[in-house]
Design a protein around this ligand. Structure first.
Ligand SMILES: Nc1ncnc2c1ncn2[C@@H]1O[C@H](COP(=O)(O)OP(=O)(O)O)[C@@H](O)[C@H]1O
Ligand SMILES: O=P(O)(O)OC[C@H](O)CO
Length: 496
């Protein structure tokens, strides 16, 4: 009887593999960071070969840590940074260009031109998304327009497109399977979330041939088996989901009205809306949560582009800290930010502002401002951005959240979680396992092969580690939020 489920978590900054047991506990982890490529201001790329190589090597490493063999693994699930776009040659399996990362702004002006024609409404109606460079569609078009001979090859059926789930499954099956799941398809700008088909009108508008797109399947289903040469035997690939939807599943937000916020590179707040696709009036996205049990379920999403990445910026570019976790001590060493606000709009602002031209802004500097204030203000910016998104979500859904489940690397920060609870006026619940993204993918894969019976079987695994309850007065909160919103105004439209 196989003992584990393997989860491949291909994130924006690292590739990770976790082996889970049937209680949803971690048995083994391996992780590798990979290169971020910034060819021009506002452009972000990854090397797809490095993504594949780091991912397969951490899988091997995680197995070695506990002497697991392929026969010990019941199934493998995949979860991934979403929207990031790879186009490769079907015959050779070689990418024709670097992966264009979700954060990349190179197609902003093209998106503007479509907006001027009013095409943003068409996009919203069909895909549930905002017309923005964030999503895959305009990135695929950019590759076809800019790599010599690419469009002709694509039209002849010689090129394939995939988000990272598709790229990994293609490689895991040695080029046999070209698929994606509903949750990832719903982030491409090319998928109609109501008809559940690739949208031929949008494809024609963006001049993207249908033949290069993957087949879209449920998030929990056996897509194929890993090539036996890779992990010492064939393992069924039983599930795939975009990382934010996987986290929603891993947090057992299986019922409408339940929500989670993931604090990783960015911050993504998702609320399950069941079989109803709610259209936002406040700058949120309507997205597919997963395809499971013969149907799809939807979510409302607030996407914040820069969260933990701002902490990495403090560490790597400003060199104010040696380690992300040190921010907690610095922030607690001062009573406030001394009037400083940091708006980390490094790649524009996502929900609810959707300003492609906003840029990072620091306001309120005076002679007495110390590094501790700056660090605290950067941490607080994650909580303020979450406030803006949660407010929009409560208005759209008509649901007042009683508690917010949190996960992702930066939710380990107790200062941040307390400040988050204060500013939201809502309880914040951190689970024992904060690797819920990987766990969600494991659950989807395990369900497909009968390792877990059903959602109820999974739900009992969720365990609370710590709750944070609001302590700040409403007056103080309001005062801080006025300052934040003034700071956001300063950042808007800067790069126009
Ligand atoms: N204790 C901490 N306090 C604040 N930020 C943190 C802390 N630990 C990790 N982070 C941030 O969290 C991010 C890593 O989280 P993770 O969930 O692994 O992200 P991703 O999946 O996007 O790569 C990094 O951006 C890092 O700066
Ligand atoms: O890699 P993460 O965890 O920052 O997630 C990135 C998101 O999927 C982008 O939409």
């Amino acid at each position: 009887m196989p003992k584990y489920i393997m989860s491949l978590d291909q994130g924006t900054t690292s590739s990770r593999c976790i082996l889970f047991n049937e209680k949803g506990l971690i048995e083994s982890v391996a992780q590798k960071e990979f290169t971020q490529i910034y060819p021009k201001a506002g452009w972000v790329e990854h090397d797809p070969a490095e993504i594949w190589f780091t991912q397969i090597s951490v899988a091997t490493e995680a197995m070695q840590h506990i002497n697991a063999s392929a026969s010990d693994i019941a199934a493998l699930g995949i979860t991934n940074q979403r929207e990031t776009t790879v186009v490769w040659d079907k015959a050779t399996g070689r990418p024709i260009y670097n992966a264009i990362v979700w954060q990349c702004r190179r197609t902003s002006e093209y998106c503007d031109s479509l907006k001027e024609e009013g095409y943003d409404q068409v996009i919203k109606d069909k895909t549930g998304l905002i017309l923005d460079a964030y999503f895959s569609g305009t990135k695929v078009k950019w590759i076809l327009d800019n790599v010599e001979g690419a469009r002709e090859k694509a039209e002849r059926g010689e090129l394939l497109f995939g988000t990272i789930d598709t790229w990994l499954i293609w490689n895991l099956t040695n080029g046999k399977v070209h698929v994606t799941d509903y949750s990832n398809a719903s982030r491409t700008l090319l998928f109609n979330i109501h008809t559940l088909k690739w949208d031929e009108d949008i494809l024609a508008k963006l001049n993207i041939p249908l033949c290069m797109l993957p087949e879209v399947k449920p998030s929990s289903c056996v897509y194929g088996e890993t090539d036996p040469s890779l992990l010492g035997g064939a393992i069924p690939i039983g599930g795939a989901a975009g990382d934010q939807q996987a986290a929603l599943f891993g947090q057992v937000c299986h019922k409408p009205g339940t929500a989670k916020n993931t604090y990783g590179t960015g911050c993504f707040l998702l609320m399950n809306t069941g079989e109803q696709a709610i259209t936002s009036k406040n700058g949120l996205l309507t997205t597919i949560a997963w395809g499971l049990d013969g149907k799809v379920e939807y979510a409302l999403e607030g996407s914040i582009f820069i969260a933990g990445a701002a902490i990495q910026w403090l560490r790597d570019e400003l060199r104010m800290i040696d380690h992300a976790s040190h921010t907690e001590t610095y922030a607690k060493s001062v009573p406030d930010t001394n009037g400083v606000y940091v708006v980390p709009a490094f790649t524009g602002l996502g929900a609810p502002y959707w300003d492609q031209y906003a840029r990072g802004t620091v306001v309120g500097l005076t002679r007495g401002v110390k590094k501790e204030h700056f660090i605290r203000a950067t941490l607080e910016s994650l909580a303020y951005q979450t406030y803006d998104v949660l407010k929009a979500m409560q208005e759209d859904s008509g649901i007042e959240l009683k508690a917010l489940k949190v996960d992702g690397g930066a939710c380990a920060n107790n200062f941040l979680m307390q400040f988050q609870s204060d500013i939201l006026g809502v309880q914040v619940d951190r689970p024992e396992i904060i690797e819920t993204t990987a766990l969600g993918a494991a659950y989807l894969a395990g369900l497909a092969v009968g390792y877990w019976k059903d959602k109820e079987d999974i739900s009992k695994n969720w365990a609370l580690s710590k709750s944070f309850v609001p302590k700040m007065t409403t007056e103080k909160c309001d005062e801080l939020l006025v300052g934040w919103h003034k700071a956001v105004k300063c950042s808007l439209g800067w790069a126009k």
